[in-house]
Design a protein around this ligand. Structure first.
Ligand SMILES: NC(=O)c1ccc[n+]([C@@H]2O[C@H](COP(=O)([O-])OP(=O)(O)OC[C@H]3O[C@@H](n4cnc5c(N)ncnc54)[C@H](OP(=O)(O)O)[C@@H]3O)[C@@H](O)[C@H]2O)c1
Length: 313
């Protein structure tokens, strides 16, 4: 284990660690650093921690290297598998995390939250995030919080940096379910708006007309209205991806595997198709490109065409 050189820091704020410095983990670490929390950061690919190091975060070499004073570790990982691999390799608690509150902010299945709760007991808090990375950075995001009251209360200095918490009691899986139901509405809704645009274009309506129509429509929820500029921008700039959308809808469907949810299933399939068509690196608003025949920026040939079997193969 290496001991990173630790810069001198002001006392008083709760020292924390953020593991998984993707879009969300980066935003979370930035917000806490901006409010004088000492923050350790770790990412599987080390390059992503550079800007945070410049902002006085300490980059650690492995998840076991947390500073002795660290009070809570926040997990911001892609999915169930990566969250469990980082937090509990071989299904066991990390020894270096003794006495530290473990907080999972990622969007994972209820079963994964329950597994972490079984491993970390009274030190585990599920806290999936409602809001985009920019909302986390600005403090406008909300956490759906579930866990033992003492552990949740101990994290008050962190919750105070955000717009609030939605309390889900001590049932960790309920927090996961609430987040997945939110995303099921958002992502299915976005796929419908994208299809409205494709349908409008198909009958010859221009984009200017469609933008005005959708911006004025009471049927477009605010969370979808926010995404209209990115839906019409051919580069689809944004903060979440079609693979993540397909993952979340798959997890939502997995909560009731015997139920029939054709609309959610169709939306999940549409996000999977847009990934197959090569748009997986862009924002979820690339769903509007479904079957467009356009190439994602920087790609010469649609991935689907590259995967087509050639004659004789
Ligand atoms: N973006 C949003 O709008 C949003 C909103 C709410 C909730 N969330 C949730 O927040 C979580 C993080 O999302 P994000 O947007 O930050 O995703 P992201 O930018 O794709 O980052 C994913 C993170 O997971 C890490 N990771 C992936 N597989 C790993 C593995 N096997 N072992 C170790 N680390 C691994 C990545 O490390 P590398 O850099 O090494 O690949 C990266 O740090 C997800 O659960 C997502 O659903 C996202």
């Amino acid at each position: 284990m290496t001991t990173p050189d630790r810069p001198l820091r002001g006392a008083g704020e709760m020292p924390v660690a953020v593991l998984g410095i993707g879009s969300m983990g980066h935003a979370l670490a930035e917000r806490l650093l901006a409010h004088d929390h000492p923050v350790d950061v770790w990412n599987r690919s080390p390059g992503r921690t550079a800007a945070l190091r410049d902002a006085s975060a300490v980059a650690i070499d492995t998840p076991d290297d947390l500073a002795g004073a660290c009070a809570a570790v926040f997990l911001c990982l892609a999915d169930d598998a990566s969250t469990l691999a980082v937090a509990a390799p071989d299904g066991r608690p990390r020894q270096g995390w003794d006495g530290i509150v473990v907080v999972n902010t990622g969007t994972v299945s209820p079963a994964a939250q329950d597994q972490l709760a079984a491993i970390y007991g009274s030190r585990f808090v599920a806290a999936p995030i409602l809001g985009a990375p920019q909302a986390v950075r600005s403090g406008a995001a909300t956490f759906v919080v579930a866990g033992p009251p003492d552990a949740v209360a101990a994290l008050a200095p962190v919750w105070a940096r955000f717009s609030g918490t939605v309390e889900a009691g001590d049932d960790h899986s309920r927090a996961a379910a609430l987040k997945l139901l939110e995303n099921q509405m958002l992502l299915s809704g976005l796929s419908v708006v994208a299809e409205t645009i494709r349908l409008g274009r198909g009958i010859g309506l221009g984009d200017d007309f469609l933008i005005q129509m959708l911006a004025a429509s009471p049927s477009v929820a605010p969370s979808l209205g926010n995404r209209l500029p990115a839906l019409f921008d051919p580069d689809h700039p944004g903060w979440s991806s079609a693979p993540a959308a397909a993952k979340d809808l798959g997890l939502a469907l997995g909560m009731d595997p015997t139920g029939d949810f054709p609309v959610t299933r169709a939306a999940r399939d549409a996000y999977e198709r847009i990934v197959d068509e090569g748009w997986g690196e862009l924002d979820i608003t690339a769903i509007v490109e479904l079957d467009s025949g356009r190439r994602p920026p920087g790609t010469a040939t649609p991935v689907r065409e590259l995967l087509k079997p050639t004659k004789g193969s």
